[in-house]
Design a protein around this ligand. Structure first.
Ligand code: ADP
Ligand code: ZN
Length: 616
């Protein structure tokens, strides 16, 4: 790609978005668009996929057609583009005919740079005919995994897009997704009839997310502890069932939190209302089943909580992925109990054959993830087939020593495994824990297991603790469970453990260090928190007046920088990250005035670093 094209892209990025640099792979993806080579772009959520086609759409002559699965997604994107001074529109069935006609007129007159449309509408004869006569610069397929039956969001109408390649032989077709599996990726290219596509795959790691996994105790207290660290911030809480969603939402509201429920049992109207309330900051928290997610591109979700284990690692990645799209530090808390995996199994007991096997495999994998005591970032990235180079991510419970480990884990592990062997690998976890803690249970005596050398070997511990260790050993692959009775067997790695060749890591049962100190809100360094809150309120008012979500006006990154730098005039305001020409003209003076007024208020004053110094 010529230097000039790169400069042109960079110029548009600055002028309209106020960003100085490309994120990883963005330039590569944009270059594929400019050179008309079909592409499949896989970047994690928050990787900045939209800009990969929006920036070239501005640079190129003609109209870029963007395929998007949901009206709400289209609307937010179109609003955001217009706020950045870019001519964009959507056509969909919810619009009155005269509005659709206006869009058609704008296209004919060459006034639009981007058109958002659902696949089933794009692929009508009428629409395709209409576009054949237009100077289409390229097609961008958002959420492209929807085209694959292997993906988690298959939408048959996406299959219609296969005809684009033939109908528009000279126009590039570009696909964008966050879905990490190779199978889906290949399927996307095949279904779109790509010829020799450029495949661009970014790292699936989300370094700004902090992962923590804890045993569920009193879940309401655990949830509230997290919420209290995130006052006035946005977050999503995932539960397994609708019933749990409703109950938790009610309890939270009762305790004064601003929460709304979201699940498939609500009416369309209620679901939409609750989602809107979340996007527009009328509530802070959405409590939801897995039904909630697609169509949420709110960038400032600061935490995602799972009150139970998710149903697969892929789901976990998707669901936690909704946190921190704007790149700011965000937290992912997972509270699980051993029963969660059985609950999921029961909920999916209609599956048969390969699908059933796959489901069980998914549950085993997520169970192992929960039990693991090694780096979460590494585990997730490796799961998706990528290497992880760092020794310590600095952003998970395992790397930050939040996990309280049993000091003599090898010996404890050996005691447990030898007990499993002594009972002929014929009993489940509960029974083995009873034998190890020296239970007087009649069944044990009848079986003669009170005579075993391993009987009472861990009698100084509670049975519940031993049970947890058994689960942890299973999670780390030293034990497995077989059959309906979930009978424990020692695996080959378990045999190595018995010989002392490998050392397990066992968590102190029932303990988690109370307060933790992984780099939380490091992005707030130097930020005048009071001013930040003040600007958030202003942003909300401006957004409300325009009928758009607040993040469309400015992102949190921009507000933080404003509250750190405190620009005193519009020229300085334009230099702030995320401020382009259009937004500067639109909002510059309003924000500069608000900052000026705030700084003149009596109250704590700040020095240049933003640290509070003294009260005048
Ligand atoms: P994705 O669709 O991959 O999840 P988005 O396109 O929604 O990601 O981008 C996530 C956030 O990152 C948005 O707020 C976007 O404005 C911001 N962003 C994208 N590219 C850049 C960049 N080059 N510099 C700074 N911020 C960016
Ligand atoms: Zn880690």
């Amino acid at each position: 790609m010529s230097e000039r094209s790169t400069e042109r892209l960079r110029h548009v990025l600055r002028e309209h978005w106020g960003y100085d640099d490309f994120r990883p792979h963005q330039l590569e993806a944009m270059t594929a668009v400019l050179s008309q080579q079909d592409s499949v772009v896989v970047l994690p959520t928050g990787g900045g996929k939209s800009l990969c086609y929006q920036v070239p759409a501005v640079v190129l002559d003609g109209l870029a057609v963007v395929v998007s699965p949901l009206i709400s997604l289209m609307k937010d994107q179109v609003d955001a583009l217009r706020e950045s001074g870019i001519a964009a529109a959507a056509v969909n069935s919810s619009q009155p005919p005269e509005e659709r006609r206006r869009v058609a007129d704008d296209i004919r007159a060459g006034r639009l740079k981007l058109l958002y449309v659902a696949p089933e509408r794009l692929c009508t004869e009428r629409m395709l005919d209409f576009l054949t006569d237009c100077p289409v610069s390229f097609f961008a397929i958002d959420e492209a995994h929807c085209i694959s039956a292997w993906g988690h969001d298959f939408r048959p109408e996406y299959r219609l897009l296969g005809q684009l390649r033939e109908r528009f032989p000279n126009v590039g077709v570009h696909a964008y997704t966050a879905t990490a599996t190779e199978h889906v990726r290949d399927d996307i290219a095949a279904q779109l009839c790509h010829q020799n596509p450029q495949v661009i795959v970014g790292s699936f790691d989300r370094p700004n997310l902090i992962y923590r996994v804890l045993r569920r105790k009193s879940v309401f207290t655990q949830v509230c502890d997290v919420l209290d660290q995130h006052r006035d911030e946005a977050g999503i809480i995932y539960c397994i069932s609708r019933r749990e969603v409703d109950a938790l939402t009610a309890d939270l509201k009762e305790s004064g939190y601003r929460a709304a429920a979201y699940h498939a049992g609500l009416t369309d109207v209620d679901r939409h209302r609750h989602q809107e309330a979340f996007l527009k900051e009328k509530v802070d928290i959405v409590v939801a089943t897995v039904a909630f997610g697609m169509g949420i591109d709110k960038p400032n979700v600061r935490f995602v909580i799972h009150t139970s284990a998710p149903k697969s690692i892929e789901n976990y990645q998707q669901e936690t992925g909704r946190a921190g799209r704007d790149g700011l530090t965000s937290e992912c808390w997972l509270f699980y109990g051993p029963g969660d995996f059985i609950t999921w199994q029961k909920m999916q007991d209609d599956l048969t054959g390969v699908a059933a096997e796959r489901m069980l495999q998914n549950l085993r994998e997520i169970e192992q993830y929960c039990q693991a005591v090694t780096c979460r970032h590494a585990a997730l990235v490796k799961y998706f087939g990528q290497p992880y180079e760092q020794d310590n991510c600095g952003a998970c419970d395992a790397c930050s020593n939040e996990l309280e480990l049993v000091p003599d884990a090898l010996i404890t592990g050996q005691k447990i495994l030898s007990c499993v062997v002594r009972v002929q690998e014929n009993y489940g976890a509960d029974y083995v824990a009873q034998v190890l803690t020296g239970s007087q249970d009649q069944r044990i005596r009848e079986n003669g297991h009170d005579k075993l050398t391993t009987y009472g070997l861990l009698k100084e511990h509670r049975k519940a603790a031993v049970r947890e260790w058994i689960e942890q050993l299973a999670g780390q692959g030293y034990l497995m469970r077989l059959g309906d009775y979930r009978v424990l067997k020692v695996t080959p790695t378990g045999r190595q453990l018995l010989k002392g060749e490998v050392i397990p890591r066992l968590l102190q049962a029932g303990k988690a260090k109370a307060k933790t100190s992984i780099r939380t809100a490091s992005s707030m360094t130097g930020v005048d928190v009071g001013l930040f809150d003040h600007l958030r309120k202003l942003r909300r008012q401006l957004a409300e007046a325009r009928g758009v979500p607040p993040f469309v006006v400015f992102g949190d990154v921009t507000l933080q920088e404003l509250a750190r730098v405190r620009p005193a005039n519009v020229t300085a305001f334009r230099e702030i990250h995320g401020v382009g020409d259009h937004k500067c003209a639109e909002y510059g003076q309003t924000f500069v005035d608000a900052i000026g007024e705030y700084c003149q208020q009596p109250g704590p004053i700040c020095d240049q670093s933003g640290d509070i110094k003294s009260t005048p």
